[in-house]
Design a protein around this ligand. Sequence first.
Ligand code: ATP
Ligand code: MG
Ligand code: MG
Length: 554
Amino acid sequence: EEKKSLNFIEHIIEEDLRNGFSTDDLRFRFPPEPNGYLHIGHASSICLNFGLGLTYNAPVNLRFDDTNPEKEEQEYVDAIKRDVSWLGFEWNHECYASDYFPHLYEWAVELIKQGKAYVDSQSSEEIAAQKGTPTTPGKESPYRNRLIEDNLDLFERMKNGEFEAGDQVLRAKIDMTSSNMLMRDPIMYRIMHKYHHRTANNWCIYPMYDWTHGESDYLEQVSHSFCTLEFAMHRELYDWFLDQVYDSEKIRPKQREFARRNLSHTVVSKRKLLQLVKEGHVTAWDDPRMPTISGLRRRGYTPNSIRNFADTIGIAKRENLIDVSLLEFCVREDLNKIAPRVMGVLDPVKVVITNYPEDGEEWLDAENNPEDEVMTYRKVPFSRELYIEKEDFREEANRKFFRLKLGGEVRLKNAYIIKAESCVKDENGNVTEIHCTYDEDSRSGSGTEASMRKVKGTLHWVSVAHAQEAEIRIYDRLFADAAPDSHKDKNFLEFINPDSLQVVTGYVEPSLASAKVGERFQFQRIGYFCVDKDTTNDQLVFNKTVGLRDTWAK
Ligand code: ATP
Ligand code: MG
Ligand code: MG
């Protein structure tokens, strides 16, 4: 059996296992902050952590890193759970850093008692001014050597709400000369009189990320805590905080870092995505142009395609920009296998088959998906008047134009061979009707000689009388620039593509009248489409997921 080569994260785990770490003690977590919706970058982290859980048959917790009530909301918690489940993963425990607030508080009191933490009564500006620079030492706070009992008293009064935000902070007493700025007496708690979506107004002091994250990993007995590269410098602090509480009988979590994933022609930062929503550049977090999991879902992406994408790009030690065409390739590949084929015309022009009976109607067999192992068929109605795509007809064209031209023949998919005889134009010279004749012996699948006759082009079509009108939303890149947030002198919003959404009225075959929200189809010769949630009983709405081919030739 061929074994997939291991990524560097798997190597770390394999080495730990070789050194005596038990597989039974492996435990992972995915730790989102509920301050926004998950995006395609998070999918990498989700697939990494939950993928490791599957590989090693180890539990994976979903941990909400909810220590900043200013930005966090229940709506985001719900959306995150929905998205992780939709991607196909199951968490072991649903955890919240806020559940550890009492424990963290007790540990902080313990640190004060050991002389390892103190209440600083300076302003944040004063504290910042004393930080120093990476090459010059910081200055110690005048409150650094406060008596332990004064620290205990002040910290309790902070908790009891006796101070305003910013009046006091609790700091770890580490080393104001450390070459790692994060070790220069980092803040452990700040005062915030804010309502928290889970702990309500129970707390007015909130623990900082660094103080919370490692201790949460430890409380959950997470063995390997994977985060993105920007936390590499935090690892020393992560370890220092763990040293203060670590009991050698227990699992000691290990933080390791991997590179963030960036996708071209978009931004993957919750803060920026929130700005796009708030300022109305998109309609919502799940706007189909958004790189959020919910946006991709609404666009028609499958969980499989997103997981394949994450697997394909893998895990890296350095940041780079992944071209969005790779993500599109992944969804195209998956939809090709699973999406039923249907016919829909997005830019219609009418064809009249002059030698077809006036009130004639036939229901022809159409293959649902040539990729299926067992072929199934549906019926599509054929009649005297049809729609085809405008661009599939030209009055005159050279020999390379394998579509319909005057005097030329094409096959109508699942139906007959037709020949264009003449066309009708409006006062502006636009073609409004194409008059054709059909070869009545040429029906696909009829077994006649004429049905096997080879003609160069095959067109999709719908019967005018039977067509369902549908609103079709066609998307382009949300940003015209490949890396809109990489420009030092320009705001990412300057690169928004003003034409990222085009809405057209199309006509689709009647089998789609009963299509359900979220169902995905291949509109033959055009691309993949899925039914949008804006669909009502009176109005079908489709989102274009992706074209059949990569037309983004750049
Ligand atoms: P954002 O800047 O979008 O807010 P974040 O890192 O602050 O991102 P978290 O909710 O803290 O968002 O992320 C949860 C987990 O997902 C973290 O472990 C984080 O490192 C990881 N993650 C976030 N963005 C990416 C990305 N672009 N690529 C890979 N992993 C990511
Ligand atoms: Mg963040
Ligand atoms: Mg974060």
